[in-house]
Every structure is written in C-alpha cells, then in structure tokens.
Design a protein around this ligand. Sequence first.
Ligand code: NAD
Ligand code: WQD
Length: 336
Amino acid sequence: MTVLVTGGAGYIGTHTLVELIAAKKSVLVLDNYCNSSVKSLLKVTEITGVKIPVIEGDINDKECLNNIFTQHDIESVIHFAGLKAVGESCEQPLKYYQNNVAGTLTLCEVMGKYNCKKIVFSSSATVYGDPTTVPITESFPLSTTNPYGASKLMVENILRDLYQSDNSWNIAILRYFNPVGAHQSGLIGEDPNDIPNNLMPFITQVAVGKREFLSVFGDDYDTKDGSGVRDYIHVVDLAKGHLKALGKLEKNIGCVEYNLGTGSGVSVLEMVSAFESVNGQKVPYKITDRRPGDIACCFAQTDFAENELNWKAEKSLSDMMADAWNWQKNNPNGYE
Ligand code: NAD
Ligand code: WQD
C-alpha cells in the first residue's frame, strides 16, 4: 500500500517524504517540476537512503493519473501540488484556477474511480482572510482576498461537498500558517525562483549577500512593534503533522479542517532580530510602505490539532532561524 504524494518534489513535499520514509511508508511522487526539480528528490534519498519513486506528470493529466492508479496500489494521497505565488495569481488567475482547482477535481475524480478515498489537502491560513480577532480557530468565517486564496477555499468547498455526497471519503484539510526553516541536514529547504515573495527566504538571501537589504512592509500596523505579525512554523513540524493527519484518516473522521501553526505571533522586526542573534549575521533593512493586500496579524489557535491529531509544533523560533540559515549558506543558489 502506497501513499501518492503530489507535488512531492517541492518545499513541504520533500520534508514530508523524509518523515513518511522514517515511518516506513511506501511512497510515490507525482510532480511536473513546474516549481522544483528532481534534484530535491535526490537529496531526500541522501537523507533517507531510500530511492524515491517518481512520476513526472501533471495532476491535470487524467491519463497519467489513471496509469498511476492502475499500476500502483495507492491507499491515500497527500496533495501538495499547486501554484502558490499570491502576486502571480492576481496577474494570471486562470492559470491558478486551472492548476489548483481543476487539477484537484481531476485528481479526486480519478481517486474515486479507483476507490481511493483518503486525501490530505494543503490548504492555507489565507482562507481566513483578514480575521477580526486572534488566535484563529478552525470555525472562523472564511474569505479570501486574491485568486490564490480563492483557489484554496474553492478546493476546500469542493472537498466538503464531495464528503457530503459520499461519506466513505476521509479528508483532512490542513490549514498551514507560515512554514519556514529547513531540514537539519541542510540538504533540503526552500528554493524560491527569482525574488522571494516570502519573508524568511528574503532574510536569508540578504544575509548571504544575494540581496542588499530587506524591505519591511510597514511599521504602522496595530501590532506590538508596528510590523506585521504571523505564526511561523518549522517545516519539519509541519511535515510531521501530515503523518498524524494520514493516521487519523484510518479512523473514519469524515472531512475535517485543522490549523497547523505554533499558536504564537511573531513580528517582522522580531524575525530579523531573532535571525541576527541566532546566526550572528546582520540583516540590513529599510521600512517601506505596506504591501497591498497584507493583514496586520494572524496566528492560530492550535488546540484542535493538538487534541485530535496528538500533534504539536515542537521546534523553536531559534531552530527555524538556525535551520533556514544552515540551508541557505550551504546552498546559496538552492538546488542549482
Ligand atoms: P512548492 O512550489 O515548493 O511545491 C509544490 C510542488 O507542486 C512543486 O514541486 C511543483 O512542481 C508541483 N506542482 C505544481 N503544480 C503541479 C501540477 N499541476 N501537477 C504536478 N505537480 C505540480 O510549494 P510548497 O511550499 O511545498 O507548498 C505545497 C502546498 O502547500 C501548495 O499547495 C501550497 O499552496 C500549500 N501551502 C504552502 C504554503 C507556504 O507558505 N509554502 C502555505 C500554505 C499552503
Ligand atoms: C510575512 C510578513 C509581510 C516579505 C503568504 C501568503 C499565504 C501563505 C504564506 C501560501 C508579512 C512581511 C514579507 C518582505 C516583509 N502562502 N514581509 N518583507 O503574507 O503571511 O503569507 O505566504 O498559502 O497565502 O499570502 O507571508 O512571508 O509573505 O509575509 O516585511 O520582503 O512579512 O508584510 O507581514 P504572508 P510572507
């Protein structure tokens, strides 16, 4: 029995493969490498000693999916495959809806056909829009502010409808807060194309000398120091959450949403000073205008995942900083 990992060559997928293999799971990766390369999977092999079976293909390709389900005994799917750049999704919304929404429809249709009805889906805290209070529980109202977020919320709604229509599905919707850091080995990590959109890879690229300074997007928010506050979670903790969710699907849970975060809010300026003190590296920064569409503050209430999945983020902010830097300094150009 095998776990199909769509998007397994990506940032969160590679870290999850390491945990799946440690738990002796048989895995098969499906990835079209639109935002990754086979090199990341070779690094997973270096860490685990296990060659990763991979099919280069697209979740939109029904024939490819049919072949996978005919030729392999797939018992469940962890579905990471998706596009994730918020700005790009505003410029090319159709690309995002086609890839993230239509691709997931095709995947679910083929899964159903082969009676494989267990799926863990990568959702995002972006489905909470601009929350009126924090911490955010799973029952908060849902809304989105950009096509990327809308694609995640649409897939969530599709999965909830799918379960309503057929109770034999088991679906874990994981709402990630802000994944950062890297595997302790420094062999795998986040490898953004071009200029990073997210804070953590931007900080590490400034520290390694690839960028001159960090722009801190606003210091006039109603937060502890005026800069934006987020719930940063170590990617290895996040990966472990997927294993717990997969185990939970065995217990006929139905369709359930879980916040995966630490429950702590950290500001941009606190991120910079934590990075500097943990790694002894300066991160020059300038305060600039707010980034359009950004919210002031977002962090999770994590009790539900703790109680239901028996999972809790264990790594500290210092671990996140040390591991992100270890990856960046050993691989200044990512997997290149
Ligand atoms: P990533 O880009 O590193 O990994 C995604 C992988 O999916 C890549 O290897 C890419 O090549 C592959 N892929 C994309 N479209 C595909 C398709 N149509 N068919 C086959 N493969 C395809 O991103 P990540 O950070 O690892 O994110 C994984 C998932 O988690 C995504 O769905 C993302 O939206 C979601 N998520 C990420 C974050 C974050 O900040 N990283 C936060 C919340 C949710
Ligand atoms: C974090 C904080 C910025 C960059 C995005 C997506 C979300 C999810 C995670 C996938 C904010 C500030 C950032 C910089 C800065 N992705 N910042 N200078 O915005 O919480 O979420 O990634 O699902 O959908 O929207 O994360 O890392 O971009 O920003 O000051 O160069 O850092 O303003 O306060 P965000 P982020």
